[in-house]
Design a protein around this ligand. Structure first.
Ligand SMILES: [Zn+2]
Length: 435
């Protein structure tokens, strides 16, 4: 197999288009920029949310093609709904399926919605988001590659437990060992989480964000060095990419309280939901309004007219109202929704699903209050978008293209290793590929 081109993907959650200028001067990720090709703006799919976007990155499809609309399996009045976790929940082929059929070795570390995937070396992102217990194996067992658990869990499983657990530490402990012990897979996808956390907690352009980018640069250096030591560096295409951008939040809206005040939701005196005509799910920077009975056309029109009246009210922080037909047509989004609402680009709004507290408020942080300062879920074309750059034997050095869509990334990365993803919505971006 010597001489076959390989692919190593380093995905930074919430890597933004504007980060490129900072990364250009970093020693390791900067090398990829200096020696490779850049797509300045990558428009995510809608919603610009972690799980749907990760599925788009490996399938080349929008939600209607891959079937994962949100991180969570949304349910009315259940703020602890389970998250998507299994590969079997994706309803189309992934790049790993194409690679396996071509006889290539595949590896995926900490990728969402990959539990039980047919991948040679697979450690999915599957420990529940709020888990702080001490038995991570219960989630990995049966969903991850057993030989990797046997080899590494005894020494690195400790990174996945307790209040301070860090998936990034676990991922970066396993990755170089795996390259040494099992050889370099033809496709290796490595996903890192902490940049997103820093942006949520501190803001889009906070100093902590740039400190985190330096950490990710050090981690990328480890992967590069491991490929140099144990793999086939000359034949490796390195890709650095994100899954979505972020926006600084200007307004919060507890949309279900707004709907209750308008008579579309009924609660008891303890704010428990009794009944509803329309309920709002949070996709952070967008809200999904779901009708209880979509066949009740009179109620559907009443809710739609109400949302339009909020949009046209200059005091209310909604700038966009779309019907489910419109989001399917424009963005390939289908899910538990009848209308999608969003703030304005200038003053982005975060939508919450709770039925307690204040209905509309500005961002306020302080003792006992925890809110994100920045978030995502917004329209794909809105800033910040994410970005993509790559270097290696399949990449045209110096190529820069201003903008593309996320669904084009999978077929383009497939082409770097000689695969043809001919059954996805995206197409190959030939301008960044070497002849
Ligand atoms: Zn994300």
């Amino acid at each position: 197999m010597n001489g076959n081109r390989k692919l190593l993907v380093f995905l930074l959650d919430a890597l933004c288009a504007s980060d490129v200028e900072f990364i250009r001067n970093l020693p390791h990720m900067g090398r990829v920029l200096r020696e490779g090709a850049l797509i300045e703006h990558v428009e995510p799919i809608y919603p610009s949310f972690t799980y749907p976007c990760h599925c788009a990155i490996v399938t080349g499809n929008t939600v209607k093609g891959h079937g994962i609309p949100h991180n969570e399996k949304l349910e009315v009045e259940n703020n602890n709904a389970p998250w998507y976790s299994k590969r079997s929940e994706i309803k189309c082929d992934t790049i790993f399926d194409y690679a396996r059929r071509a006889g290539l070795k595949t590896c995926s570390l900490s990728w969402p919605v990959s539990g039980g995937a047919d991948i040679d070396y697979n450690l999915p992102m599957i420990v529940p988001y709020h888990y702080s217990g001490y038995d991570a194996m219960q989630f990995l067992s049966g969903n991850a590659t057993q030989s990797l658990l046997d080899e590494y869990f005894w020494k690195y499983g400790r990174f996945l437990v307790g209040e301070e657990r860090s998936l990034d530490l676990f991922t970066m402990a396993v990755a170089p060992d795996l390259l040494r012990d099992f050889g370099q897979p033809d496709l290796m996808y490595v996903k890192m989480c902490d940049l997103d956390t820093k942006r949520h907690n501190h803001g889009l352009y906070a100093p902590q964000v740039y400190e985190q980018l330096r950490k990710h640069d050090q981690e990328f250096a480890v992967l590069e060095e491991a490929v140099k030591r144990y793999g086939d560096y000359e034949n490796t295409n390195f890709v650095i990419m994100g899954d979505h951008g972020h926006q600084n939040i200007q307004h919060y809206v507890n949309m279900n309280m707004v709907l209750r005040n308008a008579g579309f939701i009924r609660t008891d005196e303890n704010n428990n939901l009794l009944d509803y005509d329309a309920y709002c799910f949070s996709t952070c920077m967008s809200g999904w309004v779901k009708l209880k009975d979509p066949d009740d056309k009179e109620m559907a029109k009443k809710v739609y007219d109400y949302l339009l009246s909020l949009r046209d009210d200059p005091e209310f922080p909604i700038g966009v109202v779309m019907t489910k037909e419109e989001v399917l047509e424009r963005y390939g989004l289908e899910g538990p929704l009848d209308f999608v609402i969003e703030g304005t680009e200038e003053e982005p709004t975060e939508f919450e699903a709770t039925l307690a507290g204040e209905d509309i408020f500005k961002v306020h942080l302080g003792p006992g209050l925890y809110f994100s300062v920045a978030s995502h879920g917004h329209l794909p074309e809105r800033n910040e978008t994410t970005t993509f750059f790559a270097s290696g034997p399949s990449v045209r050095k110096g190529a820069v293209i201003p903008r593309t869509k996320m669904i084009n990334e999978a077929p383009t990365m497939a082409a770097m290793v000689g695969l043809n993803m001919d059954k996805c919505e995206g197409h190959v971006i030939n301008e960044i590929l070497a002849d």
